[in-house]
Design a protein around this ligand. Sequence first.
Ligand code: CTP
Length: 404
Amino acid sequence: MSAGRDGRAPRVLLGVCGGIAAYKACEVLRGLQKAGCEVRVTMTEDVLRFVGAATFEALSGAPAATSLYDYPGSAIPHIELAEWADAAVVVPATANVMAKMACGIADDCLTTTLLACACPVLVAPGMNVHMWQNAATQANVATLRGRGVAFVGPDSGRLACGDVGEGKLADVGDIVAAALALLGGAGERDLAGLRVLVNAGPTHEAIDPVRYIANRSTGKMGFAIAAAAARRGAAVTLVAGPVTLATPAGVRRVDVESASEMRDATLAEFERADVAICSAAVADYTPAAPADHKLKKSREHLDAIELTETADILAELCAAKGGRMVVGFAAETDDLIAHAEEKLRRKGADLIVANDVSRPESTFGADTNRVALVSAGGTKQLETMPLADVADAILDAVGRRAAR
Ligand code: CTP
């Protein structure tokens, strides 16, 4: 664990919200201390219904800030705590506090302190599955992620309310590990020096100037990979099919439309890459002779469009890769692992990321994915996770291989 500034212990501000998992914040506090961190606590008044301030004060050895107007030794605890902290960790983050964070609302000691924090912030949500899945909560999560707030969890499982599903606070060990990573420990800019090429999104194959053949890909997974790779220090080029997504920070983007343009751009960019990650849903067939004018259904044939097979970009990259790493995807609806293993062999990829697009949590357009990482060394099935976490898991595999 790296020390904080001037050789002193890293300082973590623990923001505790009023949820049934508030007692787990005590374990997070202990875990952070065991890892060598100094911890101070700010919390909402509702926490007092679950865990007493005395518990946090005894564990942290400092007053827990519940009120802006009653904090021993300071008239402005929110500024003092925000400036003191090297990182802030919100455990358990309720839907209400995340909504306030997303809107910049500061109406109590916890949210005012968080608004004043310039340090990295980690959020560990814990709530009922329906509250987590509510579109408002998901929009707030997306807003916070977009501003660089890190998330850990929530996990799936039996919730305190009796429901089963997503919303369970992440494991204490995972929260502590994520907080340590945020403080500049392992994993921060671990891909610095690596040139990563990602292709993403669908392709559009023109039938005529008006009509085209496409597929349901949104590009979200590939964009999440590009964003995560850039955040982890890689030089990232993203070859994007026709999608409506914003370019992730620090990523160089090349826009293409058709499978043939996707092929040309991906192959050209691969000359300057160490790793290629092919998440694009490239059309397998394209009209053999696209019309240069809008076909009139009354007199021209639209019921039988002649198609030709497109080039397999992934297979071409694998043939040219030498010692470089090439990662492919397999979007399947059945026999997931068998199909992925077959694609790994047939195309010659180093890794195939396999996902079952017939499941709601891993289908096109979802904000989560449940993937298996299939390589010559075996298959690793991952849990359903937000796309950013899936992206990190894929990049962990890339990083391990690059380090060899
Ligand atoms: N791929 C590609 N070029 C193509 C088709 C697919 O580079 N013309 C890549 C995709 O980007 C993905 C992988 O190959 O990384 C697997 O794509 P998928 O559509 O699942 O498989 P296909 O090869 O098209 O085989 P099938 O349609 O039989 O599943």
